[in-house]
Write a protein that binds this ligand. Structure first.
Ligand SMILES: [Zn+2]
Length: 658
């Protein structure tokens, strides 16, 4: 049954916003019991609230209000005039010793405080501390990978002065370095150096990968400064292995040293290929930079035979990346390397260099570089229809399906096609990387999009998916179908549906509702406004309202804020008074609005399809009438499609049961 009362909701919400801000007026009205006073206070509150929040009828949690009052965000969905975010530069030198799996590094970080606050401490993320004894984890890890120390911090300096690392506040996967004697003032910077080391997990583990004794995928590996933002201050959710990213944008200059015979693939552009590869293999690598065809840079057999590297000794691979939220790398001494390139911006001719690095046993992987390049072309030109922002993209054959800037750790899907996984992980380039989403809080703002692009682009390239509808229909309306606006960090069993299935279905419904042109225009506006920044939910809702020229709150509310489910049904077929035509009555039995698609067969053997976007359910409408052409008699009607979620299909046929 429907639970959609838009008018009531508007007033309830205004009261919700009003109460914390204007409580004295309510209190005064209540204590002297003056009806007139109370009424005037109420009107005054509504007028003020309307001017402040007139642009949304959605429930705004109280903790979201401060950024609007401070002008860091604005109700039209644009970054506010006072928007700020902090950033950093990282210069890192690291090495990984394959036998011991010990990673050792030293880094210099320059952190710039653009906030209006003096920072009394700087929070570092030590994400490998997920393996530290006593630390909370969302998933079990082998006891043999857990250590007392987690990340070993050998030394820290702050602006050249030694910091006693042991006396700092270390908790969960964080280390707070105190600046209480000299807080970091607004518009100033601090320079840290850190020396650290840790041991990679012995077995294959989620996200990081000890793939075999000489192949590693290495994320979450360096002490990284946490996000300090206008919404929450210092990010406080530890890395437990469940919720993924929230990082600030940074520039990276990274050198990774590996023993003789190892190649490194990483975030960023490889700076010293000419110094490391022999001329034959350098020219293959160089050719792939501008080739539209897939080129083998080297095969496993060639790598094992030797002759690829100029010296039979350790090599230091140098990478640079600008404006990225993280850095990851993969390394192996026996992987194949395919590469190609694709134009991602027709105006400038800019290309992205696309690679697949994989073991020979992964029989799906020879397709991956082609799929990746074709997918990036579609992402750049169709949907999201925004030039792919990175110069490099490498899909590394690891043990997961996990994205990093310019890198994926993707398991082999053989004998199934690697298409869906490849497209999903690469499309994350837009969300959460180019658009710096806090997916620890709002995973639907990136996973929902990645699932949407994965289904959509897979359909375009191979025409075989139903867009995840079955998965969502199976869970919709159950107690594990939590409204996506519940913070991701508060979810466990409900995390996946709230982050992937339900929002991706909302985005498909939105595409149908707005049509490609308007949908693309909204997406472009959203990206133009928030590229390189940290959009939060209301920045998204309000930007799309603003850019589409329509208030879509009636759509956002049931899909993102309410419990419920999509369910349409055929109520019946009526003959009109004139007797010359029929009306098919469709009802909305669930509160979540979806498109209406109906296939009708008439008694004369002819067929007709009717399609309406979810807009027919706007403003709480419960019924929709389809007028059949005069002279036609309905023999049968079938409601729905495999691409439209619907929890109860028993009432989707007329006559019933046929
Ligand atoms: Zn994803």
């Amino acid at each position: 049954m429907s639970i959609f009362y838009p008018f009531l909701t508007v007033w309830q919400n205004i009261l919700c916003y009003t109460k914390p801000l204007f409580l004295p007026f309510f209190a005064a009205g209540l204590t002297n019991n003056s009806k007139m006073h109370r009424f005037l206070s109420f009107l005054f509150c509504l007028a003020i609230a309307g001017s402040l929040y007139g642009q949304t009828t959605l429930f705004v949690p109280r903790n979201y209000l401060e950024p609007y009052q401070k002008g860091t965000r604005s109700w039209d969905g644009k970054p506010g005039p006072n928007y700020w975010q902090n950033r950093a530069t990282y210069t890192i030198q690291a090495s990984l010793e394959p036998k011991s799996r010990r990673l050792t590094g030293e880094e210099t970080i320059t952190y710039i405080n653009n906030s209006p606050d003096s920072l009394k401490n700087i929070r570092f993320k030590l994400q490998h501390d997920r393996y530290r004894k006593g630390v909370q984890r969302a998933f079990d890890v082998p006891a043999t990978d857990v250590s007392d120390e987690g990340t070993h911090i050998e030394s820290i300096t702050l602006n050249g002065q030694a910091v006693d690392a042991k006396s700092q506040n270390r908790f969960a996967t964080f280390l707070d370095v105190s600046l209480k004697n000299a807080p970091l003032a607004p518009k100033s910077s601090a320079t840290f150096t850190v020396k650290w080391s840790y041991t990679m997990p012995a077995a294959s583990a989620a996200r990081e990968c000890t793939c075999d004794s000489t192949t590693f995928f290495v994320p979450y590996w360096y002490p990284q400064i946490a996000v300090y933002d206008d919404l929450n201050g210092w990010a406080s959710h530890p890395y437990t292995g469940q919720q993924e990213f929230y990082h600030d944008f940074a520039d990276y200059d990274v050198k990774i040293t590996m023993p003789a015979g190892f190649q490194v693939w990483a975030t960023g552009e490889w700076q010293n290929a000419r110094d490391i590869l022999t001329p034959t293999y350098f020219s293959r690598w160089d050719k792939a930079q501008t080739s539209a065809d897939v080129v083998s840079v080297f095969s496993e057999a060639e790598l094992k035979k030797g002759g690829i590297f100029q010296k039979n000794a350790p090599n230091t691979f140098h990478f640079k990346a600008t404006d990225v939220p993280d850095f990851a790398f993969g390394t192996s001494d026996h992987y194949n390397w395919d590469a190609t390139s694709v134009v991602v911006d027709a105006k400038t001719g800019r290309r992205t260099f696309v690679s697949a690095a994989y073991k020979t046993a992964s029989t799906d992987y020879p397709q991956v570089a082609r799929i990746a390049a074709d997918g990036i072309h579609l992402m750049s030109t169709w949907l999201p229809g925004y030039p792919f922002p990175y110069p490099v993209m490498t899909v590394f054959n690891g043990d997961d399906g996990m994205e990093y800037p310019m890198m994926c750790n993707d398991v082999s899907t053989a004998p199934r096609s690697p298409m869906g996984l490849t497209l999903h992980e690469i499309s994350h380039t837009y969300f959460p990387f180019m658009m710096g989403i806090n997916e620890q809080d709002h995973a639907w703002m990136d996973e929902g999009w990645a699932a949407f692009f994965d289904y959509l682009l897979s359909d375009s390239l191979s025409n075989h998916t139903e867009g995840g509808v079955r998965d969502y229909s199976a869970i919709a309306g159950t107690e594990n179908d939590v409204p996506p606006m519940v913070k991701s960090r508060n979810l466990s069993m409900a995390y996946r549906n709230a982050s992937y299935q339900r929002p991706s279905q909302a985005y498909f419904t939105l595409l149908d509702l707005l049509g490609y042109e308007k949908f693309h225009a909204c997406m472009t506006e959203y990206m133009n406004r928030w590229k390189g920044k940290h959009p939060a939910p209301f920045d998204f809702f309000q930007t799309w309202n603003n850019a589409s020229g329509q208030n879509l709150d009636w759509f956002w509310k049931p899909w993102f804020f309410d419990w419920g489910y999509p369910d349409l049904g055929i109520e019946g077929v009526l003959r009109n008074d004139s007797g010359n035509n029929q009306t098919i009555l469709i009802s909305r039995k669930g509160n979540i609005p979806v498109p209406m698609h109906l296939e009708v067969v008439y008694t004369d053997g002819s067929k007709q399809n009717f399609h309406q976007t979810a807009a027919i359910w706007k403003d709480g409408k419960q019924n929709f009438r389809i007028q059949c052409p005069a002279g036609k008699t309905v023999q049968s009607a079938t409601l729905g499609k495999t691409t439209i979620p619907d929890v109860d299909k028993a009432d989707n046929k007329w006559p019933a049961g046929k």
